[in-house]
Write a protein that binds this ligand. Sequence first.
Ligand code: COD
Ligand code: ATP
Length: 264
Amino acid sequence: MFLVGLTGGIASGKSSVLQVLQQLGCAVIDVDVIARHVVQPGYPAHRRIVEAFGTEVLLENGDIDRKALGDLIFNQPDRRHLLNAITHPEICREMTKETFKYFLRGYRYVILDVPLLFETKKLLKYMKHTVVVYCDRDTQLARLMQRNNLKQEDAEARIKAQLPLEDKARMARHVLDNSGEWSVTKRQLDPQGGKFLRGWDPERMRPVLSHPRSTYTLNPDRALPRADPCLEGEKQPSVSSYTFPPSPGPSLQEQAQNRVHEGP
Ligand SMILES: CC(C)(COP(=O)(O)OP(=O)(O)OC[C@H]1O[C@@H](n2cnc3c(N)ncnc32)[C@H](O)[C@@H]1O)[C@@H](O)C(=O)NCCC(=O)NCCS
Ligand SMILES: Nc1ncnc2c1ncn2[C@@H]1O[C@H](COP(=O)(O)OP(=O)(O)OP(=O)(O)O)[C@@H](O)[C@H]1O
């Protein structure tokens, strides 16, 4: 199995791109969704956030007040590092579980939207490809202010909390420019002729089963096809026509993204 690290700057368009990839049938994991999941009341990270930041970062119903916590951490690097130290190990554990679920379902590629991929660097060594969703600084600022209803100085603080997007674009293997109209970006993801990745064909990112042929020699009628683990390889039959392994149901990502995301 191969991992594709999708990253970018705040509000550069990662989630919008990820949603299209999901609609095309790719296995996707949005780390921001996981980050929201692991700080729910009752989870260890929730308790540790309250211990570290006090009850002023809680809403009346006990949920984390994301606006209040964001205002604190985006303006104070030491508090941001503290929040990262609390949440990142939990996020990483959950992300590994979600990736493994896709592995069990026969996917050869999983696309991970990791906003801080180049800041933390920890996951870089596991990525077969890295893709930066880029947009120019003015566009990023305008989209962030509009989406989050932020004043310019607050939006600038959020942008400054990350590496400059130009630097990330230099570090990535592929860059998807999302500075212009959404239709232009979407064209780059088109299954026919889109330039998202070299040899881009979402069909090849769909599941196949990879089992040694010998496992099934007792009953040749039930033999499963062997996987070709390469993007440029032959197309494989879909996993949906086989009964093993059983599907563990929709992933955390699928449940969350079906519920919340509406696209640009
Ligand atoms: C600070 C929080 C409460 C703000 O919540 P909010 O709902 O306003 O934003 P959301 O979670 O949707 O994040 C939006 C974007 O902010 C940026 N961002 C989030 N956390 C950080 C951080 N610690 N450092 C730099 N940028 C960050 C990312 O680009 C992310 O995509 C939240 O982002 C959080 O809990 N962050 C810590 C976990 C984390 O590092 N998440 C990023 C992915 S690992
Ligand atoms: N090409 C585009 N044209 C116009 N609006 C866009 C375009 N791409 C994204 N947007 C809008 O910009 C905002 C940011 O996009 P999106 O949420 O996908 O970014 P993101 O990188 O996932 O953000 P974050 O880092 O905060 O999670 C959203 O309101 C989205 O609808």
